[in-house]
Design a protein around this ligand. Structure first.
Ligand code: AP5
Length: 224
């Protein structure tokens, strides 16, 4: 894949199941920036039973959000790591207005700012189809879908041979709560970043590769 590394500071926003994690991997590789997914960091902490994981699990299992203060401190720590000094892709953060305000302040204190927020636009029916069929590899974290992106052997990752699992928060009733939380707490960020002139939205329906092309095209005009 072409490497256009040039230090873009990018946020992906979109409803649960919009394809943020799927696209983040490809986009971060093209931009040569680290992918920082708060959902992945929380899930890794849950898996290893850290105090952060124990705290986060309660909220995640219920389809709610981990409290802002906990999440902001965690991201501040991650952004202070050396590999994020020259650009990053944030997947799943910010997802509340206080998180967005805190991120702007954090970056301003470091003498930088976000370059662009990419919104993945997908309707609710499609999101439910995507989440209910999602499977993730325990070994390498690759995201699959039983219908839209199946592995050649049931339950086994084609990339690393690891076992696939279904996320606890992908049950129907939890998906419904996550959608409600998105509409209430995260959707207002579209206006927040729109007012800053940094928002670009793309149609995130259709094949994964087509969405990646749209994303990379949209980012090119922002210097990506
Ligand atoms: P997080 O992991 O961030 O979950 P999310 O935002 O709900 O997003 P998802 O990971 O469910 O979906 P996605 O958009 O990444 O879609 P994916 O690429 O997997 O957060 C989980 C939880 O952690 C939260 O609920 C919260 O509790 C907590 N949390 C995280 N961040 C937080 C924060 N900042 N503040 C507070 N709490 C926080 O794709 C979905 C499926 O669709 C896959 O199976 C994929 O193969 C398939 N697919 C993808 N693209 C396509 C396509 N084009 N066509 C067909 N299928 C596709």
């Amino acid at each position: 894949m072409e490497d256009r590394g040039d230090g873009l500071r990018l946020v992906l926003v979109g409803p649960p199941g919009a394809g943020k994690g799927t696209q983040a991997e490809f986009i971060a590789a093209v931009l040569a920036v680290p992918k920082i997914s708060t959902g992945d960091i929380f899930r890794a902490n849950v898996a290893t039973g850290t105090p952060l994981g124990v705290q986060a699990k309660r909220y995640m299992d219920a389809g709610g959000l981990v409290p802002d203060e906990v999440t902001i401190n965690m991201v501040a720590g991650r952004l202070a790591e050396q590999d994020a000094a020259d650009g990053f892709l944030l997947d799943g953060f910010p997802r509340t207005t206080p998180q967005a305000v805190a991120l702007d302040k954090l970056l301003a204190d470091l003498g930088s700012a976000l370059d662009v927020i990419l919104e993945l636009i997908v309707d609710e029916d499609e999101v439910v189809r995507r989440l209910s069929g999602r499977r993730t590899c325990r070994g390498c974290g690759k995201i699959w879908h039983v219908e839209f992106d199946p592995t050649s052997r049931d339950g086994i990752c084609d990339r690393c041979g690891g076992a696939l699992f279904q996320r606890d928060d992908d049950k129907a009733e939890t998906i419904a709560e996550r959608m409600r939380v998105y509409a209430r707490d995260t959707a207002p960020l579209v206006d927040y970043y729109g007012a800053q002139g940094k928002l670009v939205g793309i149609d995130a329906t259709g094949p994964v590769e087509d969405v990646t092309v749209r994303a990379n095209d949209a980012l090119r005009s922002y210097g990506g």
